[in-house]
Ligand binder design. Sequence first.
Ligand code: CU
Length: 358
Amino acid sequence: MQSKYLLAMGLPLALLAGCGQQNGTTETTSAPLQPVAQSDAPAGSTAKEAEEKTGVAKTVPMAAVAFTTKLDFSSQPSTIPVGKPVTWTLKISDAKSGQPVKDFETEMTKKMHLIVVKNDLSWFNHIHPQLGANGNFVVTTTIPTSGSYKLYADYTPTGRKQEVPQHEFATGGAQPAPSSVSLVPDTVQGMWLTKKFVSHPEGEPNAKGGATYEVAMMPMPSPLVAGQDSMLHFQIRDAKGKPLNDLQPYLGTLGHCVILSQDTTKYLHSHPMAAGAEHDMGKMGDMDMSQMNEAPVPKSGGPDVMFHTNFPTAGLYKAWGQFKHKGQIITAAFVVQVGAAKAGASKPAQDESQPHSH
Ligand SMILES: [Cu+2]
């Protein structure tokens, strides 16, 4: 049901489980905790188009899913410096044959979305390696402070499903320390969580001199519950709290939301919901799909940007919403608490592994 619902809105949503890694090679054999529902349809295209383009089998039983590719990470210089540019090469190969994988779908205008976080989730970056003629992805970036980091390489090999292998590294040639994050949930003031953020150039979260914004976020339902269709509703405002209606398209849509679990193993990437789909979470299961098909996903505007998701397990999560305004990126991070599903009250993830009808 959830997948059909997502597709009906042309909504990509990915959820992949973490995996171990050693010696620069990420083993990609862990099964996602939940089927990966995805669509590479451009915003505004219909669910049917999305399904035709990506194939009907959007969902697979959990146990059957494994990554089909592996990620090899290398760095130049090989010892990752602090505060200086470093160039990374990400080589994707077939997990079985070891042959290079060189063809990738374009998703949200890019062939790869690379999320980089410090292992305490205090720092986040979202960058886009370029696919070279040799099939390697290359990106030059800067790690601002010393420590251990984790990256999530989000890509869809042509003819395959989206895969998000993870890789850990540390600055200065150190061994990456295990993640030990202890997030503190943001507290709701009235209906909203409200915080101030400073905009930055794309891919440069530490750049100074950006404008200040107020971003409010409302989780729905509140409190969030594991295994239930949920929504993170962001509202982007200027520094004085006035809602903005001139957000720009960012990577082909109105915003991006990446969510990580506190243990850093669960990665969710969500794109905005179509207008008109918001807020009546109590009726989410009864939504009129034909109406959803007709509502285009907004590409610009604001101030409200809603992300649909489904938290796989109870616990703390950190969500980074990203929006574009006046050519700069606003990265708004919130920590949310997700409660355990009550027996009989939620839809278990397994329900979503059933093939859906069209
Ligand atoms: Cu991206």
